[in-house]
Write a protein that binds this ligand. Sequence first.
Ligand code: GLA
Length: 398
Amino acid sequence: MGDQDLKAFFQSSFGAPPAHVVRAPGRLELLGNHTDYNAGLVMSLAVDKYVYIAATPRQDAIVELASTSFPGRDCFYIDHIARNPAAPWANYIKGVLLELKKSGVHFTGFNAAVHGTIPFGAGLSSSAALEMATTLIIRELFPFSLRENSLDAPPKRENGKLPPLTPAEKLRLARIGQAAESEFVGVKCGLLDQISSLFGKQGQVIQTDFLHLTVQHDPMPPGVAIVVADSAVKHDLAAGDYNEVRAQCENAARKLGVQFLRSVTPAQLEENKSKLAPREYQCAFHIVGENQRVIFGERALREGEVYQFGQYLFQSHASSRDYFKNSTPKLDALVEIAQKLKGCYGARLTGGGFGGATINLVQQDALEQFKRRLAEEYYARTKIRTEPWMARIVDGAQ
Ligand code: GLA
């Protein structure tokens, strides 16, 4: 199902065609795990799985939402935005609407239909894509431009199109999504997923420095395929594991006398190990190592040393497994199998962890065999069927 089918679904749900359609891609975390909220470094990719929203404004202050993935509608007044246990998927939209309101963005009601191709719970952040698609559809329906603490004059359409978002606007929209997730959904996530969904560039790796909030791009070397393998064990970030490791990192930073673990070097961490509880040390060790791996990884990729880059992916996974403990036996199995297969440069869990998927960098020539063998051997070990797929690196939300 693509744009056209969503338009037809909208028409059949609301009796008229939509005024606008937007889409926001999912993301893969390439290297730099849980470093974002530690003000660290991450390499990520926007990939060709999307959340689409089609919508039309209405004047009676009512929002009506339909989804191709869930039965029933969610319907509410914009002055009474509250959780509906029958439609938890709508929380991401509602959280964003509340945050936009807080920022002074004015909107009346609307009808919207949502469609997604990002697998749920696989660690590709369908939630951030839904949040970013929500900010973009509101911008289409009720144009606004967010400044740091106020609103700018609304953007004007030229030839029916709004001007592209500036990097500063993208960062503000990313913050809206993050606030929605932390206030309304209850996950104290960082900014990685929202930034990746907005700043994606076709064929390029997104490199974000979360201390300075700067984003750069570097090309992915040719001949390297990106393969995603879902462990088929769902993760639920709201379940608390994510907030728990985040708290460990923050406690460690406080005990080390820094605002963020980003400022801690491996040597400083070892010198001050006795100040930390064992779990705090393990979490800090992972974060400090991840930042180092991203620094070296960026250099390796720029110089086309894909083999070396892949080693950092394997190391990252081992650190997740042994120190941060956000891997699972199934994710470990996927990485172990991948590591022995022909043409695999590197593999690791991607995203929050505690379930979800692995990302694999594979020699293009070995792609088909790699996917097949990974699925076969994973099934032989776990009796779980998975269908590894190749992801393409795409432009950000629009
Ligand atoms: C989730 C969060 C992100 C980031 C990753 C781990 O995807 O939403 O902010 O912390 O986990 O790197």
